[in-house]
Design a protein around this ligand. Structure first.
Ligand SMILES: C[S@@+](CC[C@H](N)C(=O)[O-])C[C@H]1O[C@@H](n2cnc3c(N)ncnc32)[C@H](O)[C@@H]1O
Length: 365
């Protein structure tokens, strides 16, 4: 990265820091500890449109301001695995009439482990001839780390290999394995994600008791945090993420984590005894001693019923991808809890997006 790019990055990061600290100052929150991103090769996923230009074929993106398309032969924000593949793949597709015909998009999902899933999206049905060519292509692309190919067309999904990568995340002195499924939520910036996990481990050290997690995805936090709690229960709405989470619990050798497919709102109803769910069979919520709750909701933040519920726990860890809804939610949480730790994780460098973490503890009465 050039010096001026580095300066631009630092300046934007300082602006994010000031914005977050400004938003949270009304809650007497401590200034954020900032976790910067690597300046390049930080994104584990990337999506491109495909441009057909006579015999030529290349990745394109669109300028967000002008909406003009531009050619992309390499993409520094994406991982090295993706960048190494882009030119190789395009060269092979360019010379393959069957595989390039009606191809309109390519999505890449990579992992620090080196594994890669390439999704090819088509405006045509994918027949046996396509399958045979795609299988040949996959054989040619497979090197040391596995490469999978997914063909997508209307009502069709052909999987050659896997529809997931197995990620290896180094967190402090341990490496955790995670199944990351194509088209499901995963944290885009793997290195910064490791710093996020480490921060949650640090601020929850010594809390003891049990952990409740809402919006747990594939167990990104639940799995490592199992080390800090007697038992962990996580809830998540998306079926593929729940099934990946079950795999992740098993592959990391844990016996104190349960993940249940329930929306946060449903789980709050179950906790209040308003509704019973067969999906909670075998789990007696009354036996848990929840000292801590971790939430990592989508941009909209938490609804009021969930906020009122999580106020019942002594410690709240809130991971947020939207500081505005975080601040809104804190107006309620701050009635009973004090923000004791704040962090800014630069998941999305060179954008205005802020990923933040706060820890709250119950105020003395
Ligand atoms: C920001 S992601 C966080 C996932 C996970 N903590 C991680 O780090 O990978 C939010 C997650 O909430 C899930 N979700 C969205 N709405 C939900 C709801 N109403 N109840 C439960 N989970 C929900 C999404 O499927 C997604 O996995």
């Amino acid at each position: 990265m050039t010096k001026s790019l580095q300066q631009d990055y630092q300046q934007q990061l300082s602006e994010k820091e000031a914005r977050l600290n400004g938003l949270l100052s009304q809650f007497d929150a401590p200034d954020a500890v900032v976790y910067a991103s690597a300046p390049t090769h930080y994104r584990m996923r990337a999506e491109f449109r495909v441009w057909h230009d006579g015999d030529d074929l290349y990745h394109i993106m669109f300028d967000q301001q002008t909406k003009e398309k531009y050619r992309v032969d390499d993409f520094p924000p994406a991982s090295k695995t993706i960048n190494n593949m882009m030119a190789v793949l395009m060269e092979k597709l360019r010379n393959n009439t069957l595989l390039r015909k009606k191809l309109f998009q390519i999505d890449y999902l990579s992992a620090l482990s080196g594994e890669l899933v390439i999704s090819l999206l088509y405006h045509k049905p994918l027949d046996d001839a396509w399958l045979a060519e795609a299988e040949k292509l996959r054989d040619e692309l497979n090197t040391d780390a596995p490469v999978s190919i997914i063909g997508r067309a209307r009502k069709q999904k052909q999987i050659l290999g896997n529809d997931y990568v197995i990620e290896r995340l180094p967190v402090f002195e341990r490496t955790y394995l995670f199944k990351h499924i194509e088209n499901s939520f995963t944290q885009p910036n793997a290195e910064v994600n490791c710093r996020m996990i480490e921060w949650t481990l640090d601020v929850s050290a010594g809390l003891g008791g049990d952990l409740l997690e809402l919006y747990c995805g594939a167990g990104n936090f639940s799995v490592p945090l199992a080390a800090n709690f007697r038992r962990v229960i996580g809830t998540e709405i998306a079926k593929p993420s729940v099934s990946a989470a079950q795999y992740n619990i098993q592959v990391n050798g844990l016996d104190n984590v349960d993940i249940v497919r329930l929306s946060a709102e449903e789980f709050v109803e179950a906790m209040k005894g308003i509704r019973e769910f067969s999906r909670l069979q075998g789990i007696n919520l009354a036996e848990y001693d929840f000292t801590t709750v971790l939430v990592d909701p989508p941009r909209a933040g938490l609804d009021e019923a969930s906020l009122r519920k999580i106020q019942e726990y002594d410690n709240i860890l809130y991971i947020s991808c939207n500081p505005e809804t975080l601040a809104e939610n804190l107006t309620i949480l701050n009635e009973t809890h004090q923000v004791t730790h704040t962090a800014l994780f630069d998941q999305f460098p060179f954008t205005h997006h802020i990923e933040a973490g706060v820890k709250l503890t119950r105020k003395a009465v």
